[in-house]
Design a protein around this ligand. Sequence first.
Ligand SMILES: Nc1ncnc2c1ncn2[C@@H]1O[C@H](COP(=O)(O)OP(=O)(O)OP(=O)(O)O)[C@@H](O)[C@H]1O
Length: 615
Amino acid sequence: MSQIRFEEQQYNTESLDAGLWKRIFVLMKPLRKELVHLLILMVAVAGCDVLFPILNKVAIDTFAAGGQPDSSLWLFSIVYMAGVLFQAFSVYLFFMQAGKIEMAFSYDVREKAFAKLQTLSFSYFDRTPIGWLMARMNSDIARLAEILSWSLMDLIWGLAVMLGVSVVMLIVNWKLALLVLMVVPVLAWLSVWFQVRILKNYRSVRRINSRITSAFNEGITGAKTTKTLVIEADNLKEFNAETLEMKAASVRAATLSALFMPVVMGLGAISTAAILWSGGHQVLMQTLQFGTLMMFTQYATQFFEPLRQIARLIAELQLAQASAERVLSLLDSEPQIVDTPQVIEKYGTELDPKPQNYEPLIGDVEFSHVDFEYLEGERILTDFNLKIKAGQTVALVGETGSGKSTVVNLLCRFYQPLAGQVLIDGKDVRERSLGWLHSNLGYVLQSPHLFSGTVKDNIRYGKLDASDEQIEDAAKMVDAHEFILRLEKGYDTDVGEGGSRLSTGQKQLISFARAVLADPRIFVLDEATASIDTETEQVIQYAIEYLMKGRTSFIIAHRLSTIVNADLILVMKKGKIVEQGTHGELMHLNGYYARLYTAQFNEDLENQLLNRSRS
Ligand SMILES: Nc1ncnc2c1ncn2[C@@H]1O[C@H](COP(=O)(O)OP(=O)(O)OP(=O)(O)O)[C@@H](O)[C@H]1O
């Protein structure tokens, strides 16, 4: 729902915006050659459409009205056949080319959008719902590609036919031509009027449909919660309201569509009747050939099809404008955190790095008078100071929302301070390269993310050129080897999307192995809060200790028993360090940490006793 609201509040365009479409056409520049081919094909198809009624006229006036078939009938038949074959072949080529352009355009824009997403800062993802981004990457780009390849080409075909037909009619008999052309403005206006309304209603249907899908989704995934909260009736009422709204919009769209066709046909028939009436008189008075009259009646009917198409297209373009705008807004988004031009020149960008120029990272970290806020006016850190020596293990503890992850986010330069500095090896991270910093960082998240693929692939992300032996060695170092071998296909087991086929503990061990392989100078661990069995917990504890050796490490700790050996424990409260020291020092202080530790210790003890008595 939030996604839909986000969308509605962001874009609501009513009239065609030429500047916007010009920018979209700039995106099509790489396909210039294909577009020119397509244009030529469209004009060829339209040329045939204009030509056939002329050939019919010739056939009627020369052969049919002439009585006996002329000897040149053969030649005429061959020309006619050639015309038909030429048009059929052009249509075939046109379909191929339009399909190619559709695919190439969507691939190209998706690639650009994906590359952009890779560079955007975290603050962008805070503001932008993931569902919104997914819809941009999929449906909006697909809709644009479809409109630009097929619909726009229909438009060119339509305009070419109308132009060709008008020119031929005006040359042959301008008075009769005017009888056809007089209906055009009325029909054009009516067509646009209808199409805009029809498409608007269809758009409402689509929008409500996505709300219904999300309601379905919530209904299914939240079935247990719904039952326990006894809110089935309310949910059903809400759902009914949505479906009723959808039904009303669908009926409106269908009624308008049903009305539109007879209106167009009626107007077309009026113009044909006018031609037959006036042309018929002229034929009777022998001032007009019968073949010419037939040609005009054929043109009159032919004229309205492209007009109808054009009206539909204008309406479609108007509505696709929102897609165009959203895609452009994604492509236009600029990352807030970027390297300076000097840094880029020396170290390259994250997408195109120059690792040969990276200097070694030692691991001294300092926060100096740092102020920070995620949202304007909501201060999270104020004058935050911290100094860590290379190789130290620092544990961050404190209640939820106290700012532990924020400190780490700033260290990783996922966000930037409002004031003050974060320094690594004595130099402000803003003067450093993002690629350099991130290649020296190992970050294992609380719920670690694995990518679709095998266990081996996932460990290899730590070092892309690692051999299978190195991968197994890394797994052995963190005691992950045993459990991996127990999996169905060992290292070649598919982990599922996001690692869904593995438990949290297993996912953590794999991300530890990945971190060992990457061998980062700074290691960050957001310790899992999820309950992990005691055996896995012990294995994880060993892995953590192994990983922290010899590098600056930050642990966001939830279970205090895991950090008793840390060189420095920082106790945070509302963005401030309220206590700091080693475990022993803090216990001696007998303050917040000591209370927290004792409480957790007693709780653990109780649980152990409970488990023992149960077993
Ligand atoms: N992306 C964000 N956008 C806006 N506010 C945020 C964002 N991330 C965190 N905050 C806010 O910043 C404050 C500190 O959050 P932070 O995540 O650093 O706390 P934490 O101590 O790590 O909490 P936890 O133990 O629950 O992970 C909280 O009030 C939180 O609501």
